[in-house]
Design a protein around this ligand. Structure first.
Ligand code: URP
Ligand code: ZN
Ligand code: ZN
Length: 472
């Protein structure tokens, strides 16, 4: 057996680095980027992967996915870490940060240990890390937060929605923020006012409104904006770093800008589906169609959608995530009874990069800016940069080759997720991911994931770093 280093050259692509776009070759040695330059000779043993005419990007980092997750007590998302990360790499995402939640009586360390064992058994294709979900943490649980960084977890997540299931009250949120601040943990918040929504749902049902469109109508943008504003105030009180997940509206964006202007340490994401779908997907269409688009917060109007594209471009939004959370079409999305029985969430981990790239094609932002919000900034926030999220000497050779001259038709017939439908069904988009490398090894090429190269590993995250003035 030879012990000479494994060498690969990705040749002649338009490489996105921190310096910008440059036509270059990328030399990979033993899974790590060794050099970015021009190599005409001297590496005769290297495998050569042609990338002429294509972009070469750092692998995508998806900061918000729900693989193998149970909601409403017993309903599991359609993808586990096997199918979900096959979908991720097929779409150019080589790292996901998912969620771990302790069962009653379990410590956070025990929960993470169980979670890690389960993910290993499922043999993921992408590298992965975890956010820790808290609901109503008691003093004992709060005291355990200081143990998380040693376990490689540097963020917690709380829901201000879903009363009686996942929702945290303000006391729990503020106490958790104080403990998080003491241990330098980032605090993720699902910002919707759960109790206000509960009242509006009760009113809708009393008036006989049962159709899926009333899921959205009972969650108006003000319920999102209020929760953003409230969590920003509490984060400032606690001195915590706040990250708002799945921002969907212009009203919420205004609250983020306001909080930032008053010195709150706040970052935020939107998700691919809010860039593509609007409220016409659910309003005035048959239940069988509308149910496919039900998520929380709901898809909004076209003004909100335009505001999100702009905010990604100019930096009010820091990250584009997928919030990949697929459920089976029959019985989970299309249900008997009223809209409250529809499972909330959409697939999208495989389509995130494709949708982000449409903004480059449409002139919304540059390729370099896109790489920041799909890869570099989530890697910084996850505490895994510069190993992930950047093509630089010494970083993991997680690479995406994107052919701008090809197109992709998004469809459940060809996707790698186990979801039995795709809300993006039939959309034709510019560009195609042709090859994806994880730590120097091809995991996806020309439509197929390669089972022999399945090697996703747990990422021991460091304290996260907020994007600075340069990156925002
Ligand atoms: O509708 C959504 N977003 N489902 C996933 C769970 C969550 O709220 O993030
Ligand atoms: Zn959420
Ligand atoms: Zn989510």
């Amino acid at each position: 057996m030879s012990d000479s280093p494994r060498q690969t050259i990705v040749k002649g692509g338009l490489v996105v680095t921190a310096r910008g776009l440059e036509r270059a070759d990328v030399l990979i040695v033993d899974g790590v980027v060794a050099e970015i330059g021009s190599f005409e000779s001297g590496h005769d043993d290297a495998d050569v992967l042609p990338a002429e005419g294509c972009y070469v990007l750092p692998g995508g980092v998806d900061f918000h996915t729900h693989m193998d997750s149970v909601f409403r007590g017993s309903i599991r998302t359609a993808d586990d870490f096997a199918t979900g990360t096959a979908a991720a790499v097929a779409g150019g995402t080589t790292t996901i940060i998912d969620f771990c939640r302790a069962a009653p009586g379990e410590t956070l360390a025990e929960a993470l240990d169980q979670w890690r064992r389960r993910v290993v058994e499922q043999r993921p294709w992408a590298d992965y890390g975890a956010h820790m979900v808290l609901v109503q943490p008691d003093d004992d649980t709060l005291s355990q937060l200081s143990s998380l960084p040693d376990l490689g977890v540097t963020s917690i997540k709380m829901y201000l929605a879903y009363p009686g299931r996942m929702m945290s009250d303000d006391r729990a949120l503020l106490r958790a923020m104080q403990s998080a601040a003491a241990s330098d943990l980032l605090v993720l918040v699902h910002a919707e006012n759960g109790h206000a929504i509960q009242v509006l749902v009760e009113d809708a049902l009393s008036a006989g409104h049962t159709e899926p469109a009333w899921h959205a109508k009972s969650r108006p943008t003000v319920t999102e904006a209020e929760a953003v504003s409230r969590s920003a105030v509490l984060a400032q009180l606690a001195g915590a770093r706040l990250y708002v997940v799945h921002v969907s509206s212009a009203a919420a964006l205004s609250e983020i800008e306001r909080a930032r202007a008053t010195g709150t340490d706040i970052t935020a994401e939107t998700c691919s589906h809010y860039l593509v779908f609007d409220d016409s997907m659910v309003d005035g269409v048959p239940k069988e169609v509308a149910s496919r688009f039900v998520c929380s917060p709901p898809t909004r109007d076209l003004d909100d959608q335009n505001a999100l594209w702009e905010a990604l471009g100019h930096g009010t939004l820091d990250v584009l995530s997928s919030d990949h959370c697929p459920f089976a079409l029959q019985g989970e999305k299309i249900v008997e009874g009223d809209f409250t029985h529809i499972m909330n969430g959409l697939p999208g981990v495989e389509q995130r990069l494709a949708i982000a790239y449409q903004g480059v094609v449409n002139g919304q932002y540059s390729m370099e800016r896109m790489v920041e919000f799909v890869s570099t900034t989530p890697a910084r926030l996850a505490g895994i940069h510069p190993k992930k999220g950047e093509l630089a000497v010494g970083s993991d050779a997680d690479l995406v080759i994107l052919d701008p001259h090809a197109t992709t038709v998004l469809s459940a017939a060809t996707h790698h997720s186990a979801a039995d439908y795709l809300p993006y069904e039939g959309m034709e988009v510019a560009g195609r991911v042709t090859r994806v490398l994880l730590r120097g090894t091809t995991v996806y090429v020309d439509g197929s994931v390669l089972p022999e190269n399945r090697q996703g590993t747990y990422l021991h995250r460091s304290a996260s770093h907020q994007p600075t003035g340069e990156t925002r």
